[in-house]
Design a binder for this molecule. Structure first.
Ligand code: NAD
Ligand code: GLY
Length: 355
């Protein structure tokens, strides 16, 4: 088991990475405070892994709550149901909430933990590749509503993240590819060496090769930790973690949070961000093609769905980075370096969205 660290002073926490890490006492038992535990999961992940988590905590009073599966379930209404269940079970301020699931469950579990009794101990146990490399780390929690993605939420750090790579064995190929979108993102915004390693190892990751998968998760968590440790509440550099996301969130909103996986929408969004960066002569057209090839090798879409350009722009305006009503975008300064800007021409943006 490898351990990475998010450095936030007295709120610093470890990320345990490795096969079987969720059964390691150092990772799970030591991170639970008090006797009462709520494990939040969903109808897909619960039947696969809930008993295993319970068995790792034999001396605790474990209450469970399972939600229906799907991004469309990431709602305030469901967080309310979780809170009610905890109150009905008599849990108090000394309880620990464990999220056991993908990014949807981690985001909702994190949000519920942040508001229950003004904040209780939280452990994230992500079970998708996407959640292990991104959603479970860094303390962003929240839910969607009809106005857009993640518009209600909080910054609330867990006391531990446990990335058990054994859980990924039941994940389908499409979900593995969705996770790869966020992994490729880290290479594009921060580390060209990692990007070229990914180019050589993408098939091994998709084949669940233990060493390749382990390295991809570890390097991604290192990059995310470094950025979050420098800017926890997204006052500056953390915004680059949203590379491709303003476009991607618009795709998700326009397709009703159901047809496109988050990682797929981010992949198509990253291509649009690269195309705009190339229009501004920051990167070359060849580099855009290289990004498209890498995403294609990862099994990801490189074109957005057919959305009317005005609808696309309107959906992008619901992004949290909008400032003085202008959409701010994360673009590439060069390969391996991203920046947040509102200094782009509307004409270029319209052209990129128009094809
Ligand atoms: P998800 O949580 O919907 O999981 C994808 C699917 O895989 C679901 O059907 C789920 O039930 C299933 N699943 C989960 N683990 C499984 C396993 N081990 N075996 C078999 N099936 C399994 O989606 P996701 O891609 O994990 O996360 C996407 C969400 O994460 C989005 O809501 C996105 O906004 C959020 N996110 C948050 C952050 C953050 O920093 N908080 C970062 C990135 C993404
Ligand atoms: N996924 C973007 C962030 O955590 O800031």
């Amino acid at each position: 088991m490898n351990i990475e660290q998010v450095n936030l002073g007295d709120r610093s926490y470890p990320i345990f990475i490795g096969k079987g890490s969720s059964s390691e006492p150092q990772a799970i038992t030591d991170s639970v405070l008090g006797n009462d535990v709520l494990v939040l999961t969903n109808e897909t992940v619960g039947p696969l892994y809930l008993e295993q988590i319970k068995a790792s905590l034999p001396d605790k009073n474990i209450v469970t709550f399972s939600l229906p599966d799907g991004e469309q379930e990431k709602t305030l209404k469901n967080v309310h149901k979780v809170i009610h269940h905890m109150l009905e079970a008599g849990l108090g301020r000394d309880a620990t909430l464990i999220s056991l699931g993908g990014g949807v469950i981690c985001d909702m579990g994190g949000f519920a933990a942040s508001i229950f009794m003004r904040g209780i101990n939280l452990i994230q146990i992500p079970t998708t590749l996407l959640a292990q490399v991104d959603a479970s780390v860094g303390g962003k929690t929240g839910v969607n509503n009809s106005y857009g993605k993640n518009l209600v939420g909080s910054f609330y750090q867990p006391s531990a993240v446990i990335c058990d790579t054994a859980f990924l064995s039941t994940l389908n190929e499409k979900e593995m590819s969705a996770g790869l979108a966020e992994i490729i993102k880290y290479g594009l915004i921060h580390d060209t060496k990692f990007l070229s390693w990914l180019n050589d190892n993408i098939q091994n990751i998709l084949k669940h090769d233990r060493a390749a998968l382990g390295h991809a998760i570890q390097r991604s968590c290192q990059i995310k930790s470094e950025i979050v440790s420098a800017d926890e509440k997204e006052q500056s550099i953390r915004a680059i973690l949203n590379f491709g996301h303003t476009f991607g969130h618009a795709i998700e909103l326009q397709t009703g949070y159901s047809d496109w996986l988050h990682g797929e929408a981010v992949a198509a969004g990253m291509v649009l961000a690269c195309k705009l960066s190339a229009k501004m002569s920051l990167i070359s057209k060849e580099e855009v093609e290289m990004v498209k090839d890498l995403l294609t090798k990862a099994g990801l879409p490189i074109e957005p769905p057919d959305i009317n350009t005005n609808d696309f722009i309107n959906a992008m305006k619901s992004d949290k980075k909008v400032k003085e009503r202008k959409i701010q975008l994360v673009l590439l300064q060069k390969m391996g370096e991203a920046f947040l800007t509102s200094e782009y021409s509307e004409e270029d943006l319209l052209e990129v969205l128009g094809g």
